[in-house]
Design a protein around this ligand. Sequence first.
Ligand code: ATP
Ligand code: FE
Length: 339
Amino acid sequence: NIILAIESSCDDTSAAICADGKILSNVIASQAIHEAYGGVVPELASRAHMQNLLPTVNAALKKAETELGKPLSFTDLNAVAFTQSPGLIGSLMVGCSYAKSLALTLNIPLIGVHHMQAHVLANLLSDPAPEFPFLCLTVSGGHTQIVLCHSPLNMEILGETIDDAAGEAFDKTAKLIGLPYPGGPLIDKYAQSGTPKFALAEPQIPELNFSFSGFKTSVMYFLQKQNKENPNFIGENLNDICASIQHHIINILMKKLVKAVKQTCIKNVCLAGGVSANSGLRNAFKAAGEKHRFNTFIPEFQYCTDNAGMIAITAYHQFLAEKFENLSVSPSARAEWGK
Ligand code: ATP
Ligand code: FE
C-alpha cells in the first residue's frame, strides 16, 4: 500500500510517502517567520501551512517517484493520513482539511494520527528497529514522557512532566542568558566547549514524572545573584553556564529513564522528539545503556523533530488495523492518549 502523510501540528509543514511501511520521501518546510517573535505565532503558522502545503506534497510525490523509479500520482495512493492532535488548532486544521478533501476526491481511507504516538513510532524507521515491548523517552518542545510501547497501536504513558517540557526548559533558560529562540541547539553548541561546574537545583518529583519549572526558576535566581556580583558574568561564563544547564536537564531525564528500565525490566529503550538531537543527551543515553545493559535506539535526525515520516509509519500500522476516520472528523488541540 502507498500512503501520503501530512504533518502540520506546529510550525513545520511536512509531507511523506510511505510504501508498505518504507518511507520513500519525507519533505519538511520550516517556517523561519517565527524567529523574529521569539516563539511560534499560531496565526502566522496556519497561514504559512496554507502556503507551504501543496508545494511540500508535490515535492514529496516527486521524491518518492525518483525513489521508486516509476511515475507516481495521486491516483496511486491507498490512503491519506494527517496529524489529528495534539497541536495548534489552526495549524492542525490546514492538514486535516487537505487530507479530508483528498480522501473524498480519491475515495480512499482517511487516517488520523496522534502526534505523540508518532514521535514514539519514529523509532520503527531505524535499522535495526527496536523489538516490542520497548520503552521510549519522548523529549520535545511541548512534551516529556516515558512511554511503554507494547505494540505499534498499544502504548501507555508511565510518567510525564507536571509542568514544562524538556525542550521548554532548554528554550526558556536559553532566553534567560540572552540566546535567540529556539535556544536548545545553541545551549548544546556552547556546552560542548564548557564544563558543568555550576550547581543548580534538581527537583525531586515522585514516580516517573518530571518537573522543569522549578529548575528554570533556579537558573534565573542563580543568574541574578551572579550578575549582581559581576555584570559580565554571563558573557565570561557562557560555555560553562550552558554546560551546567544541559548537564542538569540530562540528569533529570536520565535518572527517571533508568528508574523506568529497572521497574519494567525492559531491555529495548528509545529516545524520541526534538531534544533527542542534543549531543549530551545522546551520549548520556548510550552510556546508561552500556552501564545498565539495555539496547539503545535513537531515530535519524530527520525523524526526531516534527516530520511526516513518523506520521506515515504510524498511519501504516493504523491502515493494517483498518483504524480509519470518517469525513466528519475534526482535529483537536489536546487529545486523550490512545485516541
Ligand atoms: P511537541 O511534539 O511536544 O508538540 P515540537 O514537535 O514542537 O513539540 P520538537 O520539534 O520535537 O518539538 O522539538 C523542538 C524542541 O527541541 C525545541 O525546544 C528545541 O529547542 C529542542 N532542541 C532541538 N535541538 C536541540 C538540541 N541540540 N539540544 C537541546 N534541545 C534541542
Ligand atoms: Fe512534535
